[in-house]
Design a protein around this ligand. Structure first.
Ligand code: SF4
Length: 411
């Protein structure tokens, strides 16, 4: 696949021209979308949010992509999404998202079918050489497509640092099946999933991005860009760089690149159109925003700290807080990655293999990455809190989260 990735600026609000420019600059659809092929357009419509919020792919981008695909004389075109893990329920139903985002109207205007993947039929497929997901249910619409075009919106992510074209494919797992990917290690699961249903083309809606913890409007970031290319790994590298995030820190991107023998680094990409340096903004990472919510902790991110450990740590700390142990964590130091200082006084937990070798008295949680349960064990040991209560809180919270989406698979 080509390592060319194009960045185009939206001028005068003309999103369609920017999408056309970026696809043209990246080499066009001719090599990817053969006449007579069945094409799936997969936007990120994880919630019933309005256009322009940065939370969901802008309907104008979806429409422009669909028009370009229709010009290739495909056998069929479907726009499809399955809303975020655990949320095809009150507050986040996919059908509402399709309407609220304006994508249902796009389908009607263009005569293109719009589908909810959370209620699609599905097949269970094997993932050869899987890191964590040996078998996974995937919506039939996705498996039956000859060409998949991932059209995410530019966002940071609490667990995976960024959510771009690779992470966007999580919507291909129907309903509660997404829970599996969250439980076994989300970054690894994304790499596994993309090894069997990796997109053939990626177009990032970077008109408005979203940082932090996705609060509207304070976390929305005006960018005015479209990013396109025939290799989703390289497109996501550029997407991360545009948010000021080093692709080396994005574990699923590194894992997917390694599997395909690529280098997930900006230096490996042939960027055309706008210059990354001129367009880059510094997005506040979700983890940084999260860290500000636990001011009683000192979270040290050492060399090599990546989203594998930080995502699980975020989850573990959330459940410690939910279980009512926020006060007991006062003065706790948590280390991720290889720290420059190894002597830490007071209660401390070192998370992950990178952080081993700290001074005596620091609780070490081994693994790369350790799961949130292991981290909870370490946090409770260091703070002298009731691990059973935290794990019970975690189970209750997750059961509540997943109950509605589990029902979806039984329909
Ligand atoms: S131990 Fe943690 S921080 Fe180190 S590479 Fe593994 S997942 Fe990343």
């Amino acid at each position: 696949m080509s390592n060319r990735v194009a960045i185009s600026r939206v001028r005068g609000g003309d999103i369609e021209s920017a999408v056309r420019d970026s696809v043209d600059l990246a080499g066009g659809f001719a090599q990817r979308v053969a006449a007579g092929s069945r094409v799936l357009i997969k936007p990120n419509l994880c919630k019933a949010a309005r256009r322009g919020s940065g939370f969901v792919t802008d309907a104008g981008v979806v429409e422009a992509v669909a028009k370009l695909v229709l010009e290739m004389n495909p056998a069929s075109v479907v726009i499809a999404e399955g809303a975020m893990a655990g949320y095809d329920s009150e507050g986040y139903p996919t059908d509402d998202a399709l309407v609220a985002t304006g994508v249902a109207a796009v389908g009607r205007r263009l005569g293109v079918e719009v589908r909810n993947l959370n209620v699609d039929t599905w097949e269970e497929v094997e993932i050869p050489g899987a890191l964590v997901l040996d078998r996974i249910k995937i919506a039939a619409t996705v498996l039956e497509s000859d060409v998949i075009i991932s059209v995410p919106v530019l966002k940071t992510h609490l667990r995976t640092k960024v959510t771009l074209s690779l992470k966007n494919m999580n919507g291909a797992m129907p309903g509660a099946e997404k829970r599996k990917s969250h439980r076994v290690g989300l970054d690894q699961a994304i790499a596994d999933l993309n090894s069997v249903i990796g997109p053939h083309y990626a177009i990032i809606d970077a008109t408005v991005g979203m940082e932090g913890t996705w609060q509207i409007p304070e976390d929305s970031r005006q960018m005015g860009l479209i990013v396109a290319g025939g290799d989703p790994v390289y497109v996501d590298v550029v997407g991360a760089a545009l948010m000021g995030i080093d692709p080396a820190q994005v574990m699923h991107l590194q894992l997917a690149a390694k599997r395909e023998g690529k280098q997930a680094a900006l230096s490996a990409v042939d960027v055309v159109g706008e210059d990354v340096a001129d367009c880059r903004q510094s997005f506040r990472g979700a983890f940084d925003v999260f860290r500000s919510r636990f001011p009683q902790l000192d979270i040290v991110l050492g060399e090599g700290a990546c989203s594998g450990c930080t995502a699980e740590l975020v989850s573990a700390l959330s459940y410690m807080g939910k279980a009512g142990f926020g006060e007991q964590m006062e003065g706790l130091t948590v280390v991720v990655g290889k720290p420059s200082l190894v002597d830490i006084s007071g209660k401390a937990v070192a998370v992950g293999d990178c952080a081993k070798g700290m001074s005596d008295g620091v609780v070490h949680v081994p693994g790369c990455a350790p799961g949130d349960r292991d981290i909870i064990h370490g946090l409770c040991e260091a703070c002298g809190t009731d691990e059973g209560l935290v794990l019970a809180t975690m189970e209750q919270t997750r059961e509540k989260l997943w109950a509605d989406s589990a029902a979806v698979l039984q329909r």
